[in-house]
Design a protein around this ligand. Sequence first.
Ligand SMILES: Nc1ncnc2c1ncn2[C@@H]1O[C@H](COP(=O)(O)OP(=O)(O)OP(=O)(O)O)[C@@H](O)[C@H]1O
Ligand SMILES: [Mg+2]
Length: 485
Amino acid sequence: MAIMETWAGLGSALGSVIFLYSLLGKYFPYHIDAYVRRHTRRLFAAVYPYVQITVSEYRGEWMKRSEAYAAIESYLASSCSQHANKLKADFGKDSTNLTLSMDVHEEVTDEFEGVKLWWSSHSTTRSAPSPWSPAPEERRSYKLTFHKSQRDLVVSRYIDHVMAEGKAVTVRNRQRKLFTNNPSSKWDGYRSKVWNHVLFEHPASFDTVAMEPGKRKEILDDLDTFRRGKEYYANVGKAWKRGYLLYGPPGTGKSTTVAAMANHMDYDIYDLELTTVKTNSDLRRLLIETTSKSIILIEDIDCSLELTGKRRQKSKKEEEESEEKKLPGEEKDESSRVTLSGLLNFIDGLWSASAGERLVVFTTNHIEKLDPALIRRGRMDKHIEMSYCSFEAFKVLAKNYLAISSHRTFETIRGLMEEVNITPADVAENLMPKSVDDHDHDAETCLESLIQALNVAKEEAASKAAAGEAIAGKEDKGTNVGESN
Ligand SMILES: Nc1ncnc2c1ncn2[C@@H]1O[C@H](COP(=O)(O)OP(=O)(O)OP(=O)(O)O)[C@@H](O)[C@H]1O
Ligand SMILES: [Mg+2]
């Protein structure tokens, strides 16, 4: 930084000369004055041959945190922090790994392809913009200073290098997060938090999710292709996103699969609870605040909203009735509410404008209830059925829970599983120890209890079928009687 300081000194000396001249300038004839002024400017440019670039922390609409700022922060923390005297400490996962970053008003030197560049960090505090604002605003920024002869190098290569390296460091160090949205009603002010987060530490992986090996491979291949597809998506002019729809009965592992997907991809999860989002513009704001490399998850989409019902044309009578029920002053049209078309517009439109990889995952227990517009290919690119536990899936669970890959009871279990439906959740339940001091917990007991559960389910199914037949028989008879009359 010594060179910078020398230049700064020179700059201020020059400043004094210019100030003196401006005092005495009125005593010089006009043409001399103009000449001197022109040349001082040139001289100043010649003796202060540096260019500065400033990157602020917040920018644009909704004061979104600048990704460039975050990348520079990580880059400087990893590449240059050893040269800085004042550092800021952040404790990472489990308060074990400490990350150091540059404190405000600190300067560091970086070197790139043999060229020296200087970074400094700044902070200005503005008094609260309005009396009801909670606190004065702090505006942080980084300033990059370099010699003007290096402008091309900086613009064409160095900035890209900083961004790429910074993002890579962020991914390496980051603790993944599970975000949940705050209800719209709790937002106050334009900088309020719309998402809350906790650390995402779900242990699920594709090795532990019980599913057909073929299906597992298909999903993994699809995810890996997506991850490598940046250029492909850019070439075909599509936003880098992919939609998944996981459907199936409760307890078949939909939520577990989403966690495994997040772990496989190293993504954050944004668990979007649509019922607490009031309007389409609130939804838009929530989605804008999501970062790249994330899964946007909407669970139980059929229950989240009357998404299907909204499109159904209300009969005239129904409409009149609902108008009557409204209180005076209550909004007449529902156009401001979150709607299916609003949701579809965001899925299609929003991310085409912003770069970055995102998976959109919907889960449902009732695929048949969903509007076909919501799940057509292109929106939901991949439909994955999560079904009852097959024997192959059971083997995965037996391996995870009991650490066995074969047992004399396996054949019986295979036979029973072909006859009755049991969810992986129920299988897992049977394979777990029943209490902390369950000393007899061993493979044998667990498998026996599973067989028992399967037998009970089989009996239930049989008695249900018998009852069903009896009712059907009665109805048949009824019809017959009716017909004969
Ligand atoms: N395929 C599976 N592989 C491994 N474990 C499973 C699987 N399916 C269910 N489980 C176990 O059962 C529990 C419930 O599963 P999960 O929450 O993933 O089901 P779900 O399909 O999301 O159900 P819901 O429709 O009720 O939300 C999990 O804690 C998990 O341990
Ligand atoms: Mg679930």
